[in-house]
Design a protein around this ligand. Sequence first.
Ligand code: HEM
Length: 457
Amino acid sequence: MSSLTSFPTKTKLPDGPKSSGIALVIQSLIDSFGLLEKNQQKYGDIFYVPESSMFPSCVIFSDPKAIEKVFTADPSVFDVGAEPSAPVRAILGDNSFSVIQGERHRKQRKLLMPPFHGNRIANYAQTMIEVTNEVISKWKVGQTIYFHEYTTEIALRIILRTVFGLDEGDKYDRLKEVLLDWLEIFTNPLKSMFLFIPALQKDLGSLTPWAKFVRQKRIILEIIQTEITRRRANPDALGEDILSLLLTATDESGEKMNDDEVRDQVMTLLYAGHESTASTLAWSFYWLHSLPEVSAKLKTELDSLEKNADLMTINKLPYLNAVISETLRMNPIEAIVGRQLKEPFELGGYEFAPGTSLFPSIYLTHQRVDLYPEPKKFKPERFLERQFSRYEFIPFGGGHRRWLGDAFAIFEMKLIMTTILSQVELELCDRRPPKSVRRGLTFSISGGVRMKVIGNR
Ligand code: HEM
């Protein structure tokens, strides 16, 4: 870890909280968004947290000009950093897209682009609608459900089918069961504290959360590896899914991914590919059912669709798009994105030393009053009234690490939403606003969104 004191800074550093280390980690695990807001109110648009025994120094900011500078900088200036990326490595592995860098990251990202773009996305539409129908067909009028459990089930099944080519049978059941059990560890931010505190990543007995985490992860990796081995040995077993593509694709230098790489990328796609979609959908349904004027407008738009409307017409519905964008603005699945400096970097009139982590904050940017007046209000109309730049609206991050499958994720959420809304009437059981809570690497919704099925449409 490089120390700021050994680097000759040209200007003084921005002000910021003096406490760092364990106290800050615990505070940020309990209420990251609140902590970010409190510091912004106290220190302004850019604030600095000094190096501690646990973490390198970092700077957090939300000014779109500063964000543009970081997202358009040459990627070679950045590193993912050993300490900042430790939780991601623990969950997804050392070969995950999220932690590899440089040429390797650029080449492997390129391999992943085709399945997440253009016609390929339309090919997944049928799967997305079928899975949603299968899951909601179990609901009975009068039943009370935790809506987030069902969006998790839908999103996980979609990703298991599109990435892994699995949707039923023993292999599918086993993988789904272990994955859900493993994800359960992340539902309690204090229990999953071990992810952020390396000192807790020790074998202190088989009953600790860390021991369970390691055990379950090993089983998941074994299942993925068995499937990789089976398909490598038997090319007839290759299909249209993303795993088959990762096994066969060659990069521009003619190289294929090895087993470890494929395994960690599959793990990344399984994890990242359902958690975020499931939470965003749960938030959308909460907002729709707590704001009757918003749901009435969306219903009018959906009712105006012809019976067998083309799926691409659904994809272009303006109010549906605005509802999803407003949910991603209000309830981002990450509070910040991180880039660690390899070289000195000037930002907002300050010069930061190598080793400093730059954290553009998705949450604080989306709460800026100058961009989003009355930022605490859910108002989809703001996305109809103006276009926001890639540095003002950043739910998928930005620059060389921006999630390239945003079109896939948005299309998926639109299809799931319209499939549910066109068939079922739901009502919130509890009108108290939920909170954004940490769940592993991302943020999710507290309480699971308890709803009652009140009728069929
Ligand atoms: C609501 C939906 C989603 C949101 C809001 C979201 C958000 C994000 C964000 C903020 C990042 C970090 C980007 C950065 O550092 O600049 C990211 C990275 C990533 N996401 Fe997502 N994501 C979503 C859905 C998905 C889906 C469906 C998949 C997979 C099928 C996925 C796979 C990934 C991967 C592989 C990365 C790492 C990219 C890299 O480092 O190059 N995400 N996502």
